[in-house]
Design a protein around this ligand. Structure first.
Ligand SMILES: C[S@@+](CC[C@H](N)C(=O)[O-])C[C@H]1O[C@@H](n2cnc3c(N)ncnc32)[C@H](O)[C@@H]1O
Length: 265
């Protein structure tokens, strides 16, 4: 999808909702990349506007995530920079099952859970092998993904989003294969765990048999994973869509020809 996708013209209401949500979360890196959203969904601007306008309702969620991060000694919200696109992907795909590897404080998880709640269907299955912060205070030598003292994986996820969340602690090397075998279809997969070429290839090839037509597959920090993602994309005949100049990438699994009537979210 490096053939440039046209920039969708979203409504004023949608723009205002995005601005509010970004402000509440407190990090400008979370501004929505509309071209990337359009490239991966293929959705018309009217539908993108409709789903992005919902972000106004997420302002209390964003405010709570920010407060939880601050209380845990983190000035910045997270490692995952596209939480609002993630919300929109889940709203668009309406998956029965979403899998993510790599949870940390749970910014990506919270946005997937919020979208599934709005969809009124679907389960998030998350896998995380947590690491603990060594000191009592967050210092420069600590990994930002480590758990602050007294916190557990997903510590920034508001309580009211947690019901029905299938959170599994352990290495994805062990937990991902049986999870995929137990699910009928996967509508969205997010890799945000161990960023090595071998590990990303392992995760992508493991989820591949479960991916349904139209599924979205995302991988963050691909600067460290070499050609693993583009190679996987080629193997399934999909194109890689990069989020602006970042190393967060995605692809959409080919769908069979569909009814041309626009979908309602
Ligand atoms: C970049 S963080 C995830 C960020 C998260 N998606 C967010 O939105 O904030 C990576 C997480 O993956 C975990 N991890 C590292 N290796 C892993 C593995 N082999 N299996 C599962 N989780 C792993 C790390 O401990 C960390 O919690």
């Amino acid at each position: 999808m490096s053939a440039r996708t046209e920039l969708p013209r979203i409504s004023f209401e949608a723009r205002r909702a995005v601005d509010r949500a970004v402000r509440a979360l407190g990090d400008v890196r979370a501004r929505v990349n509309l071209r990337w959203l359009a490239a991966l969904t293929g959705a018309p601007a009217s539908e993108l506007s409709r789903v992005l306008a919902e972000l106004t309702e997420l302002v209390p969620v964003e405010t709570e995530i920010r407060a939880r991060h601050r209380a845990g000694g983190r000035a910045h919200y997270a490692q995952f920079r596209a939480p609002f696109e993630l919300y929109a992907f889940v709203r668009w795909v309406r998956p029965d099952h979403v899998i993510e590897t790599g949870v940390s404080s749970g910014v990506s998880s919270a946005h997937i859970l919020a979208a599934l709640r709005r969809n009124r269907r679907g389960t998030l299955h998350s896998i995380d092998l947590p690491t603990a912060q060594r000191g009592t205070r967050f210092g420069r030598t600590e990994s930002p993904v480590a758990l602050p003292p007294g916190r557990a994986t997903g510590w920034a996820v508001p309580d009211d989003l947690r019901s029905g969340w299938d959170l599994r602690l352990g290495a994805s090397e062990t937990l991902l294969p049986p999870l995929v075998r137990s699910l009928d279809t996967i509508g969205l997969f997010l890799h945000d765990s161990r960023h090595t070429p071998g590990h990303l290839t392992f995760e992508l090839t493991t989820v591949r048999p479960g991916l349904r037509p139209g599924a979205i597959v995302l991988a963050d920090n691909t600067v460290w994973t070499g050609s693993a993602f583009p190679r996987f994309a080629r193997s399934i005949g999909a194109r890689v869509a990069r989020r602006g100049r970042t190393d967060l990438v995605g692809l959409r699994v080919a769908s069979p020809p569909v009814d041309p009537r626009p979908r309602k979210l």
